[in-house]
Design a protein around this ligand. Structure first.
Ligand SMILES: NC(=O)c1ccc[n+]([C@@H]2O[C@H](COP(=O)([O-])OP(=O)(O)OC[C@H]3O[C@@H](n4cnc5c(N)ncnc54)[C@H](O)[C@@H]3O)[C@@H](O)[C@H]2O)c1
Ligand SMILES: O=C(O)CC[C@@H](O)C(=O)O
Length: 339
């Protein structure tokens, strides 16, 4: 008979459930965590719960789960888990911090290119039967300065990719290591210089009290009018109201957003602007990232539940993100410091 019940509350890669189910002590149950009554009804029987982004594990959910020993999130941020309440309740919280960083970095670069070349609007226009070449002039990346805000795991991967486009890459991150930055071809700067010089700005910060609204009305008054901003980190770091004002007043040339102050976000004044590209929080939405995130979260749960053995890894190996693969030069992918 199974000793531990592990509840999967969001749509995770099937490999997560497969990994858990290989352990005879574990019974896997599924619940739709966005159906709050169903979640609260399932939690009392759970020893561990796995979530992605949709399910909120807050103080109420934790109080409904007296047997709970671990919450694991298949992703980087822990925004939907009340870590303080879990800690107070003696519940271990784990994330999968390197699982989706390559996908997130690639999505940020995709947004930056889509914005620079107006790809979404040109695509929509042609599908409507218009051959409007003159309407969709873009800008080149080569030779332009990109400011990377936050030179952690994802910021470093983005910096390296944009350096390959022959951009001048500057970064602001008070905690970044000079040598690490140099190895990426990145120059560290203060925020003021980054804001004043950048033609592109890409945000890769966690959402904290210090970063909330960091790119707000004040910062947006100090930027070039031809600046294009990408935020694929967390909504709220770029203040949406201030961004809207800067865009309509021509103080900023464009923005590409994957994340929003409130999610899901299906209605925003920003969505009505031609110089804005938007996606619905898709940074980690690839099978590769989801397989890694799901299996890493499952592995954490097995370890948390009395150190259960982790079966042989079934996940897609991470292609040298956050750790250089043997035999590859150190600069091929940055060994991003994991704090
Ligand atoms: N869009 C998506 O689907 C998606 C996917 C994965 C991660 N993310 C988000 O991307 C962001 C970055 O993730 P990561 O894995 O690179 O995180 P990370 O912790 O590796 O890097 C964050 C960096 O920000 C720096 N930093 C912190 N406060 C700062 C400040 N005030 N000013 C400048 N720098 C500061 C830190 O020193 C660190 O180097 C997070 O918000 C994460 O949740 C989004
Ligand atoms: O895809 C997701 O669910 C979240 C991705 C990302 O924001 C994360 O925190 O890892």
């Amino acid at each position: 008979m199974s000793q531990y019940v592990v509840l999967i509350a969001d749509a995770l890669s099937p490999q997560a459930a497969e990994l858990l189910a290989r352990n005879p002590s574990v019974e896997v149950r599924h619940v739709d965590g966005t159906d709050r009554p169903a979640l609260l009804a399932a939690l009392p029987g759970a020893d561990a719960v796995l979530v992605r982004s949709a399910t909120r594990i807050d103080a109420e959910a934790l109080a409904a789960a007296p047997r709970l020993k671990a919450v694991a999130r298949a992703g980087v941020g822990l925004d939907n888990v009340d870590v303080a309440a879990a800690t107070a309740a003696g519940v271990l919280v784990a994330n999968a911090p390197a699982s989706n960083v390559v996908s997130a970095a690639e999505h940020a670069v995709a947004l930056l290119l889509a914005l620079a070349r107006q790809v979404p609007r040109a695509d929509a226009s042609l599908r409507e039967g218009r051959w409007a070449r003159a309407s969709f002039t873009g800008v080149e990346l080569a030779g332009k300065t990109v400011g990377v805000l936050g030179l952690g795991r994802i910021g470093s991967l983005v910096a390296r990719r944009l350096a390959a486009f022959d951009m001048e890459v500057v970064a602001h991150d008070p905690y970044a290591d000079e040598e690490h930055a140099r190895s990426l071809g990145v120059r560290l700067t203060g925020l003021d210089e980054l804001l004043a010089r950048a033609r592109f700005l890409t945000v890769h910060l966690p959402l904290t009290a210090a970063t909330k609204g960091l790119i707000g009305a004040d910062a947006l008054r100090r930027v070039r009018p031809d600046l294009r901003i990408v935020n694929a980190a967390r909504g709220g770091i770029v203040d949406e109201e201030a961004l809207y004002a800067a865009l309509v007043e021509g103080r900023v040339a464009g923005a590409a957003l994957d994340v929003y102050e409130r999610e899901p976000c299906t209605d925003s004044p920003l969505f009505g602007l031609d110089n804005v590209v938007v996606t619905p929080h898709l940074g980690a939405s690839t099978p590769e990232a989801q397989e890694r995130a799901g299996t890493q979260a499952a592995e954490s749960v097995l370890l948390a539940l009395a150190g259960l053995p982790v079966p042989d890894a079934v996940n897609t190996p991470l292609p040298a993100a956050g750790r250089p693969a043997a035999g590859r030069p150190a600069v091929a992918e940055p060994a991003v410091p994991v704090r």
